[in-house]
Design a protein around this ligand. Sequence first.
Ligand code: SF4
Length: 199
Amino acid sequence: MNPLAEKIISQEEKYSGFLPRLELIYKTMDDQYNELSRYYGFCCTGCDDNCCFTRFYHHTFAEYLYIKKGLETLDPENRKEIKEKAFSICRQTSELDQSGLQVHLLCPLNYGGMCVLYAYRPMICRLHGLPHELVLPGREKRLSPGCDEFESQCGTKGYVEFDRTPFYASMAELERDIKKALDISERIKMTVAEMLTTL
Ligand code: SF4
């Protein structure tokens, strides 16, 4: 096992108390997202350019540990199959990268268009799709459009503020506290597939 993953996972008594904080942050995101989706009349029913094909990187141990928690709710056979898929995807990704080809591989948690760990999915999976704004420290406010499906369904509706900044700030604060409790200074940048290969 990856030594850093081992160090983190072995300290469950230190990190488990932080996960309810993550759940609250996720709930706030989901509530706002759902409210705005209702306003726009946006309904994600899956599309050819499914965002679960996107190589999203995740940047917090909090999200990593929550995926771990979700994985533990599955039966051992499912877990084994998902991990095998994750290893295969990481292998294919590396081959495509080496050949300079585009990576368009489905997340190993997606089965038949559905996320098997939907309640445990990371932040970006929760926020993707709707137009939004973000202010990073020392930078100008950045406005970003919705996904292609959003634009085709609801692109003519006026923008309503969806500011990701407070979510990023809460996640950063939580991450700082978790790292302090676990006594780690490393940073994490992993896809879900990469996370799964270490769990
Ligand atoms: S974690 Fe779930 S929602 Fe996120 S990319 Fe994977 S399958 Fe899709």
